[in-house]
Design a protein around this ligand. Structure first.
Ligand code: GLN
Length: 484
């Protein structure tokens, strides 16, 4: 069962070969066994999960089962989920039980999916290794001495260790794709605006996007069918016709023009990652694709631009955590201002405070033009590079991350080294484009390597098609960590 695809699980449930209650219990048992070591989940709530499973069984008995009905899916702890502790990886929200559901959670509930638990993450989604979580680090199931990536590291580890059938993540600068790469799973960040941000705790609102993480492109397509959709409560949610993201999965790749940005294969990329990615491109050529050399000249500025814009937005978004209405409040203080200060000083971790300070600085009167405005202009240039590139190719490919999973503590002392983990992913968020990562081999340390696939706006179906055809021809996505 743990190796079945979502389609196989859905078929087995609707054919009553297994009930949702049985399947949910299997996953809960596996979580009890492995989570103490992996720390992939912050919260599991068997009572709620099993109640949902009983409802799903009743729904299927009435012949109303849909693609995801009865299937246990883990939710990143950034999504507000009614009745569930929702911490966003922070002490600031250590006691916050959400009174409402995020739009993405609602969509899963409407589909009859089971929430199997809330996954661990870097605090407020700031990080690339899960080392900033208030709830402790997540271990990479392939080698527990290594990080799982971040910020959706709990989700990536949970999927890789088969603690859920699939899961959600969010991606502001790479947080779906980079942990997917480091844990050997598939993950997709949709075009900005495809999934509603309502109820998804905000980090950098012009970049944040929810997306599916799972074991195959086919699974991601089914998940995205459920997650995507217009929601009037998010002013940047796009009003578009509902799409079936599975529609192009089986198309042959003949004539697909793959753009390879020369900047993605330059200095800074580990040899083992380069080799695996080049082998994957070779496989695409066998499948009928052609390769075009392209350039994204401004992409080298994406990390500095992101580390002006994302902290600026975060400093504003995080001002709501004041200890007054919900969340952490210092137990001793002198007056109201002191209560704000102490609650924020004690409730936020180091990385979050660093970002708030950077953000406040770049938005301040004397520096706004020099930093924030300048970064906005370069953001536009970065987006234009992609528009230019797509005149010559249909899809862009390259590495997801510059190296495979590294050891705990290895980049802890140097934030800039950590920030470079997202060197190939951040430009995609700045441009608002869709991007995904699929497993394409292993590095020198036997850890998984991810291939990044970047589409043009709203080209998710084409990306999923390219990923699925590769997964029909190879078996990297079927490899699972041993010895758990
Ligand atoms: N690692 C990046 C950061 O720390 C991206 C995080 C994300 O995508 N949420 O900001």
């Amino acid at each position: 069962m743990f190796e079945s695809s979502l389609k196989q699980l859905g078929d087995a449930l609707r054919a009553k070969k297994i009930s949702s209650v049985e399947l949910t219990q299997l996953y809960l048992d596996k979580i009890s066994k492995l989570n103490p070591e992996l720390n992939a989940f912050i919260t599991v709530n068997p009572d709620i999960s099993l109640a949902q499973a009983r409802d799903a069984d009743a729904r299927m008995a009435a012949g109303k089962g849909e693609a995801l009905t009865g299937i246990p899916i883990a939710q990143k702890d950034i999504f507000c989920s009614k009745g569930w502790l929702t911490t966003c990886g922070s002490k600031m929200l250590h006691n916050f039980v959400s009174p409402y559901d995020a739009h993405v959670i609602q969509q899963f509930n409407n589909a009859g999916a089971i929430n199997i638990g809330k996954t661990n993450m870097d605090e407020f989604a700031m990080g690339s290794s899960n080392e900033t979580s208030h709830y402790g680090t997540v271990k990479n199931p392939w080698n527990t001495e290594n990080v799982p990536g971040g910020s959706s590291g709990g989700t990536a580890a949970a999927v890789a260790a088969r603690l859920c059938a699939a899961a959600t993540g969010t991606d502001t600068g790479g947080s779906i794709r980079q942990p997917a790469a480091l844990c050997g799973i598939s993950g997709l960040k949709p075009t900005y605006g495809v999934c509603s941000r309502f109820g998804m705790i905000a980090f950098a609102s012009s970049l944040d996007q929810a997306g599916p993480m799972g074991r195959s492109a086919e699974d991601l397509a089914l998940l995205l069918n459920t997650m995507a959709g217009f929601d009037e409560r998010d002013s940047t949610s796009l009003q578009r016709d509902k799409e079936d993201y599975t529609r192009d999965l089986d198309k042959p790749l003949n004539g697909l023009r793959i753009g390879l940005p020369k900047e993605f294969f330059a200095e800074g990329l580990s040899n083992d990652v380069a080799q695996a990615v080049e082998a994957a491109i070779g496989e695409y050529k066998k499948l009928g694709a052609t390769v075009v050399d392209i350039s994204l000249p401004n992409s080298k500025l994406s990390v500095p631009v992101y580390y002006v814009l994302a902290p600026a937005e975060a400093s504003s978004n995080l001002s709501r955590f004041d200890g007054v209405r919900y969340g952490y409040r210092a137990s001793e203080y002198d007056d109201l201002a002191d209560m704000y200060e102490k609650s924020r000083a004690q409730g936020f971790g180091e990385e979050v405070k660093r970002r708030i300070m950077i953000g406040t600085y770049v938005l301040s009167h004397g520096y706004y033009d020099a930093y924030y405005l300048q970064a906005q202009k370069i953001r536009r240039l970065i987006a234009q590079d992609f528009t230019e590139a797509y005149k010559h190719c249909d899809i862009i490919m390259g590495p997801t991350a510059p190296s495979t999973a590294f050891k705990f503590g290895e980049k802890g002392d140097d934030p800039v080294q950590m920030y470079l983990s997202d060197i190939y992913t951040i430009a995609v968020n700045l441009a608002g484009l869709p991007g995904m990562s699929i497993p394409c081999g292993f590095g020198d340390n036997d850890m998984p390597v991810g291939l990044q696939i970047i589409g043009n706006y709203f080209d998710e179906a084409r990306m999923l098609n390219a990923a699925h055809q590769y997964q029909l021809a190879t078996d990297w996505h079927n490899r699972a960590p041993q010895g758990l």
